[in-house]
Design a protein around this ligand. Structure first.
Ligand SMILES: CC(C)(COP(=O)(O)OP(=O)(O)OC[C@H]1O[C@@H](n2cnc3c(N)ncnc32)[C@H](O)[C@@H]1OP(=O)(O)O)[C@@H](O)C(=O)NCCC(=O)NCCS
Length: 143
């Protein structure tokens, strides 16, 4: 399994969209918003690849001042709980550190907070609602 950065519009990017839709959108009956689509070409897209395709992905949005927002983290359901998410984020963090990023922010679904805590993120502020489910803002300092 390898972490691969995919170019916006590439074949791998297309596979990531399919995975993101199936895992993050369809269960909530969500569609892409125009605002979100407008961002995609300016974001970085990372996938965990195996021989027959991708099993996980994540999107990184530059925020300026050494900070990024991590979003759209998804692992193939059959592979969840097997360390894939940890390996993907570990690989992405190494790349971000090389690029002098020093802070990752994200909005975690309540059910995923424990995962991010295991990886060194901490909650900040109060719970809030987003896409109909409770979320927490979380941050991690990289350097
Ligand atoms: C949340 C998600 C990304 C985690 O990826 P994963 O590959 O299943 O997680 P890993 O197997 O790498 O787990 C890493 C660690 O976090 C823990 N963990 C994983 N999911 C967890 C969860 N939902 N709650 C609490 N702890 C969790 C694991 O036990 C493991 O701990 P350890 O290594 O210290 O023993 C994945 O389960 C997923 O795609 N879920 C559905 C979509 C989603 O909720 N995305 C996040 C939106 S904010």
């Amino acid at each position: 399994m390898l972490v691969e950065e995919a170019e916006f519009g590439s074949e791998t990017y297309g596979e990531m969209l399919v995975l993101r839709k199936r895992i993050l959108r369809d269960p909530l009956g969500l569609e892409w918003t125009a605002e979100e689509e407008a961002w995609e070409s300016r974001e970085r897209h990372f996938a965990m690849k195996v021989d027959n395709g991708i099993v996980a992905c994540v999107v990184i949005r530059p925020l300026g001042n050494g900070a990024v927002k991590l979003r759209q983290m998804a692992v193939e359901p059959e592979q969840q709980g097997a360390g894939v998410g940890r390996r993907l984020l570990g690989g992405v963090e190494k790349i971000l550190i090389t690029d002098e990023v020093d802070r990752i922010e994200l909005n975690a679904r309540d059910a995923a907070v424990g995962f991010y805590e295991r990886l060194g993120f901490r909650k900040v502020g109060e719970e809030f609602m987003e896409v109909t489910i409770p979320h927490w803002k979380m941050v991690k300092a990289l350097r």
